[in-house]
Design a protein around this ligand. Structure first.
Ligand SMILES: Nc1ncnc2c1ncn2[C@@H]1O[C@H](COP(=O)(O)OP(=O)(O)OP(=O)(O)O)[C@@H](O)[C@H]1O
Ligand SMILES: [Mg+2]
Length: 296
Protein backbone atom coordinates (compact mmCIF):
# COMPACT_ATOMS: atom_id res chain seq x y z
CA UNK A 1 0.00 0.00 0.00
CA UNK A 2 2.70 2.46 1.08
CA UNK A 3 4.70 1.66 -2.00
CA UNK A 4 1.76 2.44 -4.27
CA UNK A 5 1.21 5.75 -2.51
CA UNK A 6 4.89 6.65 -2.82
CA UNK A 7 4.79 5.72 -6.49
CA UNK A 8 1.72 7.91 -7.01
CA UNK A 9 3.40 10.84 -5.29
CA UNK A 10 6.53 10.41 -7.36
CA UNK A 11 4.44 10.36 -10.50
CA UNK A 12 2.83 13.61 -9.48
CA UNK A 13 6.20 15.23 -8.80
CA UNK A 14 7.52 13.99 -12.14
CA UNK A 15 4.48 15.33 -13.92
CA UNK A 16 4.95 18.73 -12.33
CA UNK A 17 8.62 18.80 -13.19
CA UNK A 18 7.65 18.50 -16.84
CA UNK A 19 9.44 17.00 -19.80
CA UNK A 20 12.88 18.56 -19.32
CA UNK A 21 13.26 16.86 -15.96
CA UNK A 22 11.56 13.65 -16.93
CA UNK A 23 13.93 13.13 -19.84
CA UNK A 24 17.18 13.34 -17.89
CA UNK A 25 17.72 9.57 -18.08
CA UNK A 26 20.20 8.38 -20.70
CA UNK A 27 18.51 7.43 -23.94
CA UNK A 28 18.28 3.71 -24.54
CA UNK A 29 18.86 3.94 -28.27
CA UNK A 30 22.55 4.62 -28.99
CA UNK A 31 21.61 6.38 -32.24
CA UNK A 32 19.82 8.93 -30.08
CA UNK A 33 22.72 9.57 -27.71
CA UNK A 34 22.98 13.25 -26.85
CA UNK A 35 19.29 13.83 -27.45
CA UNK A 36 16.87 14.53 -24.58
CA UNK A 37 13.78 15.18 -26.64
CA UNK A 38 13.13 14.37 -30.27
CA UNK A 39 12.73 17.71 -32.01
CA UNK A 40 11.22 18.18 -35.45
CA UNK A 41 12.92 18.34 -38.82
CA UNK A 42 12.26 20.97 -41.42
CA UNK A 43 12.01 20.40 -45.15
CA UNK A 44 11.81 23.47 -47.32
CA UNK A 45 10.78 22.67 -50.89
CA UNK A 46 11.14 24.99 -53.89
CA UNK A 47 10.84 28.02 -51.68
CA UNK A 48 10.65 31.41 -53.39
CA UNK A 49 10.44 34.36 -51.04
CA UNK A 50 9.19 37.75 -52.22
CA UNK A 51 8.93 41.31 -50.97
CA UNK A 52 6.21 42.57 -53.30
CA UNK A 53 7.51 41.94 -56.81
CA UNK A 54 11.10 41.51 -55.64
CA UNK A 55 12.25 37.90 -55.47
CA UNK A 56 14.67 37.98 -52.51
CA UNK A 57 15.36 34.26 -52.16
CA UNK A 58 15.07 31.80 -55.03
CA UNK A 59 14.20 28.14 -55.14
CA UNK A 60 15.53 26.83 -51.85
CA UNK A 61 15.12 23.13 -51.25
CA UNK A 62 16.78 21.94 -48.08
CA UNK A 63 16.48 19.41 -45.26
CA UNK A 64 17.21 20.70 -41.79
CA UNK A 65 18.02 17.87 -39.43
CA UNK A 66 16.39 17.52 -36.01
CA UNK A 67 18.48 17.99 -32.87
CA UNK A 68 21.31 19.48 -34.92
CA UNK A 69 22.65 22.99 -35.34
CA UNK A 70 22.51 24.30 -38.91
CA UNK A 71 24.45 27.50 -39.55
CA UNK A 72 23.61 29.80 -42.45
CA UNK A 73 26.40 31.93 -43.81
CA UNK A 74 26.79 34.30 -46.76
CA UNK A 75 27.41 37.93 -47.54
CA UNK A 76 25.12 40.76 -46.45
CA UNK A 77 21.83 40.99 -48.36
CA UNK A 78 21.88 37.44 -49.72
CA UNK A 79 18.65 36.50 -47.95
CA UNK A 80 19.67 34.65 -44.79
CA UNK A 81 17.28 36.54 -42.50
CA UNK A 82 14.54 36.42 -45.11
CA UNK A 83 14.88 32.64 -45.38
CA UNK A 84 14.96 32.27 -41.59
CA UNK A 85 11.77 34.30 -41.16
CA UNK A 86 10.02 32.14 -43.75
CA UNK A 87 10.55 29.11 -41.50
CA UNK A 88 8.14 30.35 -38.85
CA UNK A 89 5.81 32.51 -40.94
CA UNK A 90 7.25 35.76 -39.68
CA UNK A 91 8.09 36.85 -43.23
CA UNK A 92 4.43 37.45 -44.03
CA UNK A 93 4.18 40.01 -41.22
CA UNK A 94 5.89 42.45 -43.61
CA UNK A 95 3.52 44.30 -45.94
CA UNK A 96 3.39 42.71 -49.39
CA UNK A 97 5.69 39.87 -48.40
CA UNK A 98 4.84 36.37 -49.57
CA UNK A 99 6.20 32.89 -50.01
CA UNK A 100 5.82 30.25 -52.74
CA UNK A 101 6.66 26.61 -52.15
CA UNK A 102 6.38 24.69 -48.92
CA UNK A 103 7.97 24.36 -45.52
CA UNK A 104 7.28 21.06 -43.81
CA UNK A 105 7.66 20.60 -40.08
CA UNK A 106 7.93 16.85 -39.60
CA UNK A 107 5.98 16.49 -42.82
CA UNK A 108 3.26 19.04 -42.01
CA UNK A 109 3.14 22.09 -44.27
CA UNK A 110 3.26 25.21 -42.10
CA UNK A 111 1.83 27.18 -45.05
CA UNK A 112 -1.24 24.98 -45.41
CA UNK A 113 -4.40 27.14 -45.31
CA UNK A 114 -5.58 25.39 -42.15
CA UNK A 115 -2.39 26.28 -40.25
CA UNK A 116 -2.61 28.98 -37.61
CA UNK A 117 0.56 31.12 -37.90
CA UNK A 118 0.49 31.84 -34.16
CA UNK A 119 0.72 28.12 -33.44
CA UNK A 120 3.50 27.77 -36.01
CA UNK A 121 5.49 30.48 -34.22
CA UNK A 122 5.01 28.67 -30.92
CA UNK A 123 6.58 25.58 -32.43
CA UNK A 124 9.30 27.46 -34.25
CA UNK A 125 10.70 30.11 -31.92
CA UNK A 126 13.00 32.97 -32.82
CA UNK A 127 15.87 34.80 -31.15
CA UNK A 128 16.95 38.06 -32.77
CA UNK A 129 20.21 39.91 -33.32
CA UNK A 130 19.52 42.59 -30.74
CA UNK A 131 18.40 41.19 -27.41
CA UNK A 132 14.81 42.38 -27.15
CA UNK A 133 13.43 41.73 -23.67
CA UNK A 134 10.63 44.03 -22.51
CA UNK A 135 12.89 46.41 -20.59
CA UNK A 136 10.49 47.57 -17.89
CA UNK A 137 8.99 44.13 -17.34
CA UNK A 138 10.61 41.97 -14.66
CA UNK A 139 13.05 39.17 -15.44
CA UNK A 140 10.41 36.69 -14.25
CA UNK A 141 7.65 38.19 -16.39
CA UNK A 142 9.92 38.32 -19.43
CA UNK A 143 10.76 34.64 -19.11
CA UNK A 144 7.09 33.75 -18.76
CA UNK A 145 5.88 36.18 -21.46
CA UNK A 146 5.38 33.52 -24.16
CA UNK A 147 3.47 31.27 -21.77
CA UNK A 148 0.76 33.89 -21.45
CA UNK A 149 -0.13 33.29 -25.07
CA UNK A 150 -0.80 29.63 -24.44
CA UNK A 151 -4.44 28.78 -24.14
CA UNK A 152 -4.16 26.57 -21.07
CA UNK A 153 -4.12 28.56 -17.84
CA UNK A 154 -1.09 27.64 -15.79
CA UNK A 155 -0.95 27.66 -12.01
CA UNK A 156 1.53 30.03 -10.37
CA UNK A 157 3.63 27.07 -9.13
CA UNK A 158 3.77 25.69 -12.68
CA UNK A 159 4.92 29.03 -14.06
CA UNK A 160 7.53 29.30 -11.26
CA UNK A 161 8.85 25.89 -12.27
CA UNK A 162 9.02 26.72 -15.97
CA UNK A 163 10.69 30.09 -15.30
CA UNK A 164 13.37 28.49 -13.13
CA UNK A 165 13.96 25.64 -15.55
CA UNK A 166 14.19 27.97 -18.57
CA UNK A 167 16.57 30.37 -16.81
CA UNK A 168 18.71 27.44 -15.68
CA UNK A 169 18.66 26.07 -19.22
CA UNK A 170 19.83 29.45 -20.51
CA UNK A 171 22.65 29.54 -17.92
CA UNK A 172 21.20 32.65 -16.35
CA UNK A 173 19.51 31.40 -13.17
CA UNK A 174 22.45 31.83 -10.81
CA UNK A 175 22.94 35.43 -11.94
CA UNK A 176 19.32 36.49 -11.58
CA UNK A 177 17.64 34.21 -9.02
CA UNK A 178 17.74 36.95 -6.35
CA UNK A 179 16.40 39.67 -8.64
CA UNK A 180 13.65 37.99 -10.60
CA UNK A 181 11.27 40.87 -9.88
CA UNK A 182 13.70 43.52 -11.16
CA UNK A 183 13.36 45.02 -14.67
CA UNK A 184 15.08 43.13 -17.47
CA UNK A 185 16.50 46.43 -18.74
CA UNK A 186 19.00 46.26 -15.86
CA UNK A 187 20.75 43.19 -17.29
CA UNK A 188 23.90 43.29 -19.43
CA UNK A 189 23.61 42.63 -23.18
CA UNK A 190 24.80 39.03 -22.85
CA UNK A 191 22.41 38.44 -19.95
CA UNK A 192 19.55 39.96 -21.94
CA UNK A 193 20.29 37.65 -24.86
CA UNK A 194 20.28 34.63 -22.52
CA UNK A 195 16.98 35.93 -21.13
CA UNK A 196 15.56 36.02 -24.65
CA UNK A 197 16.73 32.43 -25.15
CA UNK A 198 15.05 31.49 -21.85
CA UNK A 199 11.85 33.20 -23.04
CA UNK A 200 11.98 31.41 -26.39
CA UNK A 201 12.61 27.99 -24.82
CA UNK A 202 10.05 28.39 -22.00
CA UNK A 203 7.24 27.49 -24.39
CA UNK A 204 9.13 24.34 -25.43
CA UNK A 205 9.24 24.96 -29.18
CA UNK A 206 10.46 22.28 -31.58
CA UNK A 207 12.80 24.55 -33.49
CA UNK A 208 14.82 27.59 -32.46
CA UNK A 209 15.77 30.10 -35.13
CA UNK A 210 18.57 32.50 -34.21
CA UNK A 211 19.47 35.48 -36.39
CA UNK A 212 23.02 36.57 -35.55
CA UNK A 213 22.34 36.10 -31.82
CA UNK A 214 25.89 37.01 -30.81
CA UNK A 215 26.65 39.97 -33.02
CA UNK A 216 25.95 42.46 -30.22
CA UNK A 217 28.00 40.51 -27.67
CA UNK A 218 31.63 40.43 -26.56
CA UNK A 219 33.75 37.28 -27.18
CA UNK A 220 33.18 35.86 -23.69
CA UNK A 221 29.40 36.26 -23.87
CA UNK A 222 29.56 34.86 -27.42
CA UNK A 223 31.30 31.69 -26.24
CA UNK A 224 28.75 31.35 -23.44
CA UNK A 225 25.91 31.46 -25.99
CA UNK A 226 27.71 28.93 -28.20
CA UNK A 227 28.02 26.53 -25.24
CA UNK A 228 24.37 27.04 -24.59
CA UNK A 229 23.46 26.33 -28.24
CA UNK A 230 25.40 23.10 -28.01
CA UNK A 231 23.30 22.04 -25.02
CA UNK A 232 20.01 23.25 -26.48
CA UNK A 233 20.29 20.95 -29.47
CA UNK A 234 19.62 18.05 -27.10
CA UNK A 235 16.04 19.37 -27.05
CA UNK A 236 15.61 21.56 -30.11
CA UNK A 237 16.43 21.80 -33.78
CA UNK A 238 18.52 24.95 -34.22
CA UNK A 239 19.10 27.18 -37.23
CA UNK A 240 21.53 30.03 -36.68
CA UNK A 241 22.54 32.83 -39.03
CA UNK A 242 26.05 34.08 -38.41
CA UNK A 243 28.68 36.27 -40.04
CA UNK A 244 31.28 34.78 -37.76
CA UNK A 245 33.02 31.94 -39.61
CA UNK A 246 34.66 30.64 -36.44
CA UNK A 247 31.26 30.54 -34.82
CA UNK A 248 29.76 28.54 -37.67
CA UNK A 249 32.73 26.16 -37.58
CA UNK A 250 32.60 25.78 -33.78
CA UNK A 251 28.91 25.71 -33.08
CA UNK A 252 27.21 23.95 -35.99
CA UNK A 253 26.81 20.44 -37.37
CA UNK A 254 25.73 21.59 -40.84
CA UNK A 255 26.50 24.79 -42.71
CA UNK A 256 24.57 26.30 -45.60
CA UNK A 257 26.10 28.92 -47.87
CA UNK A 258 23.81 31.56 -49.37
CA UNK A 259 24.98 33.76 -52.23
CA UNK A 260 23.82 36.34 -54.76
CA UNK A 261 25.42 36.66 -58.15
CA UNK A 262 25.01 40.41 -58.35
CA UNK A 263 23.08 43.16 -56.65
CA UNK A 264 19.33 42.88 -57.34
CA UNK A 265 19.52 39.16 -58.03
CA UNK A 266 17.79 36.76 -55.67
CA UNK A 267 19.77 34.97 -52.99
CA UNK A 268 20.24 31.24 -53.40
CA UNK A 269 21.36 28.45 -51.15
CA UNK A 270 24.39 27.33 -53.15
CA UNK A 271 25.67 24.55 -50.95
CA UNK A 272 24.85 22.87 -47.66
CA UNK A 273 26.76 20.06 -46.05
CA UNK A 274 28.40 18.91 -42.86
CA UNK A 275 30.19 21.87 -41.34
CA UNK A 276 33.54 20.13 -41.42
CA UNK A 277 33.23 19.55 -45.16
CA UNK A 278 32.09 23.10 -45.92
CA UNK A 279 35.12 24.49 -44.11
CA UNK A 280 37.70 21.97 -45.30
CA UNK A 281 36.60 20.71 -48.68
CA UNK A 282 33.48 22.39 -50.08
CA UNK A 283 32.18 21.31 -53.47
CA UNK A 284 31.85 24.77 -55.00
CA UNK A 285 34.55 27.33 -55.63
CA UNK A 286 32.19 30.11 -54.48
CA UNK A 287 31.86 28.44 -51.08
CA UNK A 288 35.60 27.92 -50.85
CA UNK A 289 36.23 31.59 -51.67
CA UNK A 290 33.72 32.73 -49.07
CA UNK A 291 34.84 30.56 -46.17
CA UNK A 292 38.48 31.38 -46.82
CA UNK A 293 37.76 35.10 -46.96
CA UNK A 294 38.34 35.54 -50.72
CA UNK A 295 35.08 37.15 -51.71
CA UNK A 296 33.57 40.48 -52.71
N1 LIG B 1 11.30 44.47 -45.37
C1 LIG B 1 11.88 44.38 -46.58
N2 LIG B 1 11.32 44.94 -47.66
C2 LIG B 1 11.88 44.86 -48.88
N3 LIG B 1 13.03 44.23 -49.12
C3 LIG B 1 13.67 43.65 -48.08
C4 LIG B 1 13.11 43.70 -46.75
N4 LIG B 1 13.97 43.03 -45.93
C5 LIG B 1 14.98 42.60 -46.70
N5 LIG B 1 14.81 42.95 -47.98
C6 LIG B 1 15.70 42.66 -49.12
O1 LIG B 1 15.82 41.26 -49.25
C7 LIG B 1 17.16 40.89 -49.56
C8 LIG B 1 17.67 39.93 -48.51
O2 LIG B 1 17.75 40.60 -47.26
P1 LIG B 1 18.09 39.85 -45.90
O3 LIG B 1 17.85 40.80 -44.79
O4 LIG B 1 17.36 38.58 -45.88
O5 LIG B 1 19.64 39.56 -46.08
P2 LIG B 1 20.69 38.95 -45.06
O6 LIG B 1 21.41 37.86 -45.78
O7 LIG B 1 20.02 38.62 -43.79
O8 LIG B 1 21.70 40.17 -44.85
P3 LIG B 1 22.53 40.61 -43.55
O9 LIG B 1 23.68 39.66 -43.48
O10 LIG B 1 22.97 42.00 -43.88
O11 LIG B 1 21.64 40.55 -42.37
C9 LIG B 1 17.96 42.20 -49.62
O12 LIG B 1 18.03 42.60 -50.96
C10 LIG B 1 17.11 43.17 -48.83
O13 LIG B 1 17.28 44.49 -49.27
MG1 LIG C 1 20.20 39.32 -41.82
Amino acid sequence: MTLTKEKKEKEMVDAQAGPAEATMEPPADPARAGVDAQAKRIDAENLNIYYGEFLAVKDVTVEIQPNKVTALIGSSGCGKSTFLRSLNRMHELIDGARVEGSVLLDGVDIYAPSMDPVLVRQQVGMVFQQPNPFPTMSIYENTAAGLRLNRRRLKKTEVDGIVERSLRGAHLWEEVKDRLDKPAGGLSGGQQQRLCIARATAIEPEVLLMDEPCSALDPIATLAIEDLINELKRRFTIVIVTHNMQQAARASDFTGFFNIEKSGDPGQLLEIDETEKIFSNPTLKETEDYVSGRFG
